[in-house]
Every structure is written in structure tokens, then in C-alpha cells.
Design a protein around this ligand. Structure first.
Ligand code: 1GP
Length: 249
């Protein structure tokens, strides 16, 4: 198994300080809209593309990944939500373990089911500690995963989870407020996690402006993800460009 996509992300973080990753949901846009978005993302300075959904409604995931790969040269990474959708057209998959919860299926069960297929198609897994953080509303992840998020005013709890994940050998820490969250992950929590961990921190959920994204980077995030705010716009090339400029330093 090679880990070249993870290495590429690390190289980009080293070169740019932090990187910007738009999240595309195949359920929210048509295939042609997604193709257009991907082309705009590359032009606007985005560094990689995440593709995923909490519930897949349309039967177009494989086709969508293929079209995305054909439309850009950016690393294309599956962000599987709660289930490990596997697809040979992607460069890698965030192999998410929902470490903030105590649901065994999402800590290891789903991984066991998908590991042999990942191996046989040669899809790179990027071991990622997924920490769900409360955000003011019940998010899809919270409901679907049947787990409690970490209270947003408890950075010490997030810190302990992140440290344990790094000790176990995970390669990324995803601080997640949930798609469309009312409030994004607090900077104080990002700072606390950053103060003890050496692996890159991804921050996503409820980030709506480039200014907000910059605050996450200043607090210690190496990767900032936006999804919902892009779905709400028609042509979002300028917005993606503003995000990329705010995040790179
Ligand atoms: C969701 O972190 C991602 O899993 C992105 O969240 O859709 O709120 O930008 P938004």
C-alpha cells in the first residue's frame, strides 16, 4: 500500500502553511454541476477535493468520482461520512474512526468490512481520527452515528481524544462541527489540540466565510474544509478563491 496522497497533503501543508479543501456532495449537485465546480476549484487555488455524503441517495457515486478525476489534477479523496464507500477512481479515502463516540461500528466495524476491498483495488487509506464537536444543533452526523459530540466548551476532552488518536498511530485529526453547523469548532479547542499533537488538524463544519477560515488556521488547523456554503452559491469560483487566499499563508 502506498501513502503518496497523504505525503502530498503534508508537502502542500509545508509549502503553503495550511490548505483549502472544498467538500462536494454527489447528492446535492448534478454530475455536470460537480464537474464545473471541480474545474473552478482547481482554478481558484483549492488544494484537494473531498467527495462524500452522510446518506447516499443517488446511485452515481462511482460515476461522479470518475468525472471529478477526469476534470482536475487535484488529489481526490473520499470523505465517507459514516460508511466506507470505496471507489477505485479516487486517490485516497479518509479512513475515519469516530473516536469521540463509543459506537464500535464506527470505531472499527465499518473498517473491517471495507479493508479487503480497499486492499484489492489499491485505494490509499488515510487513517483519520474523527472528533465530532457540538455546534448548537443536532447535526446529521450526530443523529446518524448515534453518538454524543464533545461539548464545545470542553477543549480538554478534545485534547485527550486527539492525543490518544495520535498515540494509536492515526495520521490526521478531523475536528468536525457537522455539515451546516450553526457554530463552527471553537478556536480555543483547535489551539488546545494543536498544543499537544504533531499530526495535521482538519477543521470543518459551519465555516461560511474566508475570515472565519483564517481564524481556524491561526488557531492551528492545517486543512480547512467547506461544503454547505458552496452548495448555497451558484458560481462560487470567487468565493473558493477568497477561501484559498485566506487559508494559504
Ligand atoms: C462536513 O466538515 C464538513 O462534514 C463541511 O461542513 O458543509 O458545514 O461546510 P459544511
Amino acid at each position: 500500500m502506498n501513502f503518496k496522497t497523504y505525503q502530498k497533503l503534508q508537502d502542500l501543508i509545508k509549502a503553503k502553511g495550511a490548505i483549502y479543501v472544498p467538500l462536494l456532495d454527489p447528492d446535492k449537485k448534478s454530475l455536470s454541476e460537480i464537474e464545473t465546480l471541480v474545474v473552478s476549484a482547481e482554478k481558484s487555488g483549492a488544494d484537494a477535493i473531498f467527495v462524500g455524503s452522510s446518506i447516499l441517495v443517488r446511485n452515481s457515486f462511482q460515476e461522479c468520482l470518475k468525472r471529478i478525476k477526469d476534470s482536475c489534477t487535484l488529489p481526490v479523496i473520499i470523505f465517507p461520512g459514516l460508511f466506507n464507500y470505496v471507489c477505485e477512481y479516487a486517490d485516497a479515502i479518509l479512513y475515519l474512526s469516530l473516536v469521540s463516540g463509543r459506537n464500535p461500528d464506527l470505531l472499527i466495524g465499518e473498517h473491517v468490512k471495507s479493508a479487503p476491498l480497499l486492499k484489492s483495488i489499491g485505494l490509499e487509506p488515510i487513517s483519520t481520527a474523527y472528533l465530532l464537536v457540538s455546534s448548537g444543533v443536532t447535526t446529521s452526523v450526530e443523529f446518524m452515528s448515534n453518538t454524543k459530540p464533545i461539548p464545545r466548551n470542553k477543549p480538554d476532552i478534545a485534547l485527550a481524544h486527539a492525543l490518544a488518536a495520535e498515540f494509536i498511530g492515526m495520521k490526521l485529526i478531523y475536528l468536525e462541527a457537522g455539515s451546516g453547523a450553526k457554530e463552527s469548532v471553537p478556536e480555543e479547542m483547535i489551539r488546545a489540540v494543536k498544543s499537544v499533537t504533531t499530526i495535521p488538524i482538519i477543521c470543518g463544519g459551519g465555516i461560511r466565510t474566508p475570515e472565519e477560515a483564517k481564524k481556524k488556521v491561526k488557531a492551528g488547523a492545517s486543512i480547512v474544509v467547506t461544503g454547505t456554503v458552496l452548495e448555497e452559491k451558484g458560481d462560487c469560483e470567487k468565493l473558493m478563491n477568497d477561501f484559498a487566499n485566506a487559508i494559504h499563508f
